[in-house]
Design a binder for this molecule. Sequence first.
Ligand code: PXG
Length: 456
Amino acid sequence: MTSNTGTRAWQAADARHHIHPFTDAAALAAQGARVIVRANGVWIEDSEGHRILDGMAGLWCVNVGYGNLELAEAGYQALRDLPYYNSFFQTTHPYAVELAAKLASITPPGLDRVVFANSGSEANDTIIKLTRYYWNLQGRPKKKIMIGRNMGYHGVTLGAASLSGLTPMHPQWDLPLPGFVYVDAPYWYGEGGDLTPHEFGLKAARSLETKILELGAENVAAFIGEPIQGAGGVIIPPDSYWPEIQRICAEHDILLIVDEVVCGFGRTGKWFGCDTYGIRPDFMTLAKGLSSGYIPISAVMLGTRVGDAIANANEELVHGYTYSGHPVACAVALKNIEILERDKLVEKAGNTIGPYLQDQLGSLRDHPLVGEVRGVGMIGAVELVADKASRRHFPPQMDVGPRCRNHCFSNDLIMRAIRDTMVVSPPLTISRAEVDELVRRAHMCLDLTAKEIASL
Ligand code: PXG
């Protein structure tokens, strides 16, 4: 599948027939999409034979790396043995049962029940419904407002996009829906001013309490947050933040939803972001790293009070997808967790390759464009600024982040630009030599970006 004629034909058909996610269709048609034909380890390969270092593990998801044949075989075996069955009408199957039990055992205590779905968005939509249902079951039907955060990302369905505080996600679709509001993100570098990170973490958390008091706790159903905000710009909370959020939710009887779609399955150097920050949520959203992105599957973990209420409701739960707990997806997820455990990939993310990645990324701090390098485990960010001392950003219309991203792309490195923050989230299987190569290319692309903006 590598040829120049192939590339042009695919690009033409792609431009004619395929509408891409989060893409300006006309701009892409003018330029032609890069055609990715295969992948192995941390490398993807395009139809012209270029090998590209994937610093993003796809979309923050290929935790065990590409080309893992054990996952392929687990899927193939399930396709042969039980290509489809569901758990709607008094049936189940070993794949879903075993995955549910496994997830209950590896997630923090209390998260003992699972509802399956197929994407992070669907899982978060499911949580919105289960939250409404929970408060209805409690006889408190007024408790319905959902609180998210500025720059939060929870998916694109009407509900999940409404939970998301990334403002560009709303206007095309007349969102958010009624009853969705946002509070501050713990974005110290961008918004902390003269406060210490500790002080700012408390301040950001207390914006939740202020909002709850303003709305009346009797009207507020739940708060949702990612342990580390991924798509919002790898916003790493100060240590003071999550304990204060936990206190506020408990004190005002608000359900706490932790979206682990990016942070789960080793990304932060522990199994879950909840383990890294000591959070005890009522709901946990899992997707991406659950199957290392090899096949669509997501899961909602239910904490004790929510799980007990729903399990003992004595009525039908009127919710579920044709593919909830799909046997092939469950088989791949089970094998994926087995590999993470057996190969100690989470421990390595926490103790060896993760610290090495952070250390090497840290070498970019001296670059004239770099204001902050931050990261935890196998997720990192390099924030570009016009002035280091005052943490002043470039004007957004200068497109400094996208320019840097384009240099990376031209130099066979995938890094995501979020505003002017360059982020990395590579497979947990990346080697030290590959980390060195990633950082070498990133450094070169920062130089190219500096040169380009100097000539504007
Ligand atoms: N929660 C979080 C925290 C996410 O990052 C979702 C939910 C939604 O998952 P699905 O499977 O419905 O996409 C996500 C997804 C990006 C990017 O460019 C990030 C995501 C998806 C696509 C692109 O950073 N995150």
